[in-house]
Ligand binder design. Structure first.
Ligand code: PMP
Length: 299
């Protein structure tokens, strides 16, 4: 994996060789950290990060549930991300900021442990296939909102996603779909879900899902550019099975169209609206649409 020459750690850039942590580290043992996943794209000028501020705000939001006080403001973190891309001379890729409880404390209550904030970046192509993918319903349900905080990107939560992804791979699906504790559709291990029925967009309401930044982007683009509003509501597995089209959204997954669920094809697979949104999204993130350039932070 090409992580470039530098990481950013606790306020300054460090050579990659210094990016090491002790085996005695609270987050390593218990998952007590928060993270983000951000993409930056090649544009006709410098590389640009998509919706950077929203990602850094979500990092702080996630941290609040762990009482993890990140000692860097949203603005300072935004600048750190941009500097890191410049230093590493990447043209496009992925950025991974993580803030976590580190050394000096063991035992479940993390207070007293060092707080570390690090950022790494690397070139990253497609996360899922560019072609429509096969999806299977995971036997693991999405985390319960009374056990954990589903709209926070807390590291420990992701064991639920890891096990679902492993299940999907072991069962020859390209991605998993997780239901919630009531058997309704929640989301993918790292993606939100949309379905299209009779020309209208539907997506699960907030509650057991991550409040995806790509999800919000697609809702806005669909409304403003295609005149299609999105209804956020409870979706049942049958709604997906009987959909005309369906797709996942996520920073890594971008817009990934779904071919089938548990072996049953979705719609006719013409995917007229999904393809329009997928192309529009690529144009927007690459700075080809003036109207949405305010979502880009140029390096
Ligand atoms: N759900 C989960 C569980 C995720 O990890 C992600 C990726 N961050 C998403 C949805 C999509 O969110 P976003 O569009 O903000 O990347």
């Amino acid at each position: 994996m090409d992580v470039g020459t530098h990481f950013w750690r606790n306020g300054k850039q460090i050579p990659v060789s210094e990016g090491k942590i002790s085996v005695i580290n609270h987050a390593l043992h218990y998952g007590s950290g928060v993270f983000e996943g951000i993409r930056f794209y090649e544009t006709d000028t410098t590389p640009a990060v998509f919706r950077l501020k929203e990602h850094m705000e979500r990092l702080h939001y996630s941290a609040s549930f762990l009482e993890l006080k990140i000692p860097h403001s949203v603005d300072a973190l935004c600048e750190a991300n941009l500097e890191l891309i410049r230093t590493n001379k990447f043209t496009s890729g992925y950025i991974r900021p993580v803030a976590f409880f580190g050394e000096k404390k063991m035992g479940l209550n993390p207070h007293g442990a060092d707080i570390e904030t690090v950022i790494a970046a690397w070139p990253w192509g497609k996360y899922l296939s560019d072609d429509p993918i096969t999806v299977g319903t995971s036997p693991w349900i999405r985390i319960h909102p009374k056990s954990l905080q589903p709209d926070a990107k807390i590291n420990g939560h992701y064991v639920n996603s890891i096990m679902s992804s492993q299940w999907a791979q072991n069962n020859k699906y390209e991605e998993a779909l997780l239901l919630d504790y009531e058997g309704n559709i929640s989301e993918g291990p790292g993606e939100n879900l949309f379905i299209i029925k009779n020309g209208q967009l539907f997506t699960p309401q907030l509650g057991t899902i991550l409040n995806g930044i790509t999800r919000a982007t697609i809702m806005e683009l669909a409304e403003k550019e295609l005149g299609i509003s999105t209804t956020e509501k409870v979706l049942k597995p049958e709604d997906l099975l009987n959909a005309d089209e369906a797709f996942f959204t996520g920073t890594a997954a971008e817009v990934t169209i779904i071919k089938s669920i548990d072996g049953s094809q979705i719609g006719t697979q013409e995917n007229m609206i999904s393809n329009k949104l997928k192309d529009l999204y690529q144009d927007v993130v690459s700075g080809r649409v003036d109207k949405y350039k305010h979502w880009l932070s140029y390096c």
